[in-house]
Design a protein around this ligand. Structure first.
Ligand code: FES
Ligand SMILES: [Fe+2]
Length: 431
């Protein structure tokens, strides 16, 4: 494989010395050169979540997305195939698409009007007689990602012809995606309810550190935990109030840097019974019971409420409650998380408002808490170079497949091992 970019100047960093069994170095969160390497060696090499099939259902539908910091167009071509190519004009580099989503059979560059199809091929250049005989339009289409594959509607892309298959990359996470999607009567989820964009002045890995962390809720989300405990003590998030390791909740190391936290065993059987009241709950339940009877309504409510599963697929896809979270690194100390609320294909339409209101519950109360602590962490790490290490050593080390108490930091150490594996392979070495 040829080198795609110029490496930043300077000696190769010794990443192995920065990630240890019980600590990692602060520069992983603060150094622009580390961030630049991550964009090449992680987002430029491993499978990255791009979007969901249901966001681009029709031919010529598109949405803008990213492969790390690289701008990407996810498009459905005329034949109905999902395609992903860089949003970068082949002529002089201009972003050819500047709408977040839509339907367009052509992408026309605003600079000199080069025109591309929804499959990314170059269709026209202006005044073509001036181009000369040696110009071959087939050579100048928008640059495609090397491979695009989808799993249960989740579309991923990778910038490496040598990467393992998507199924190999997902590994044990695939069965959990199945479980999450199979809550839908028709076995599909739908992503068409807008996006909530959360911005933090913090490194993107602060999100990953918390993806299966059952230690932080009692402190970070204390007011939410206390408030929820008044509704159902010991259920929903209030189960984090006492020592969470003494509850039946567990976390798992899934391999490949993927992480899992299952809250359901701590919710006392039926998740609906642990669900906090959302605006309109009583009216929705009454309406459903009148239409479908109490037994069917109980089933409907169980699939309408939160999933109680936190699945994280390294490096950027998070399934939390009923939402898809996409971790979007912007700069070494700037990150966005894009939350897409989902609905269930085949679900009773009367259950949708309730599902959306329940989907807003944790984000309204929990996101501001998390962001505040990520930003405080970023400030401490940037402003105090005298203290070099962060402690990550709580609990036993993570064996794949093992179940842990949810305060164990094994899932965090596991994603850091995958991070290190990728970061230690420079271009030219197959990871
Ligand atoms: S940069 Fe796109 S047409 Fe010139
Ligand atoms: Fe949190």
């Amino acid at each position: 494989m040829t080198s795609r970019t110029v490496e930043p100047p300077g000696a190769e960093p010794d990443y192995g010395s920065l990630v240890r069994d019980d600590r990692v170095h602060r520069t992983l969160y603060t150094e622009p050169s580390v961030f630049a390497d991550e964009m090449e060696r992680i987002f430029g090499r491993t499978w990255v979540y791009l979007g969901h099939e249901s966001e681009i259902p029709e031919p010529h539908d598109f949405k803008l997305t990213n492969l790390g910091t690289r701008p990407v167009i996810l498009s459905r071509d005329e034949e109905g195939t999902a395609r992903a190519f860089f949003n970068r004009c082949s002529h002089r580099g201009v972003t050819v698409c500047n709408e977040a989503r839509g339907n367009a059979p052509r992408f026309v560059c605003s600079y000199h009007g080069w025109t591309y199809s929804s499959a990314g091929g170059l269709l026209n250049v202006p005044f073509p007689s001036g181009m000369g005989d040696s110009f071959d339009p087939a050579e100048w289409g928008l640059r495609h990602l090397d491979r695009v594959e989808s799993y249960r509607g989740f579309v991923f892309g990778v910038l490496s012809a040598e990467a393992p298959t998507l199924a190999e990359h997902l590994g044990a996470a695939a069965a959990l995606i199945d479980e999450w999607v199979d809550r839908a009567p028709d076995g599909e989820i739908v992503v068409r309810h807008g996006v909530r964009r959360v911005a933090a002045r913090a490194n993107w890995k602060l999100y990953l550190d918390g993806a299966a962390d059952g230690l932080h809720p009692f402190a970070t989300h204390r007011s939410f935990v206390e408030m929820s405990a008044r509704h159902r003590d010991g259920l929903f998030i209030s189960q984090f109030r006492r020592n969470p390791d003494e509850t039946p909740m567990y976390s798992r190391v899934l391999g490949g840097g993927h992480q899992y936290l299952d809250q359901r065993p701590g919710m006392g059987g039926r998740v609906w019974d642990a669900t906090r009241p959302a605006p309109g709950t009583e009216a929705s339940v009454a309406d459903l019971e009148q239409r479908y009877g109490p037994e069917t309504t109980a089933e409907i409510l169980e699939r309408t409420t939160v999933a109680g599963m936190n699945v994280f697929v390294f490096p950027n896809l998070s399934l939390v409650d009923n939402s898809i979270g996409v971790v979007q690194p912007r700069e070494v100390n700037r990150t966005e998380v894009l939350w897409h609320v989902t609905s269930l294909a085949g679900a009773e339409p009367q259950s949708l408002p309730l599902r959306l209101r329940i989907g807003e519950d944790f984000p309204n109360f929990g996101d501001p808490d998390d962001i505040e602590n990520w930003e405080r962490a970023q400030r401490g790490l940037e402003l105090v170079p005298d203290v070099e290490w962060l402690h990550t050593g709580r609990g036993d080390d993570g064996e794949e497949g093992a179940h842990y108490g949810v305060t164990n930091e094994a899932p965090m150490r596991a994603y850091q091992r995958e991070w290190l594996r990728l970061m230690q392979h420079r271009d030219g070495n197959t990871p």
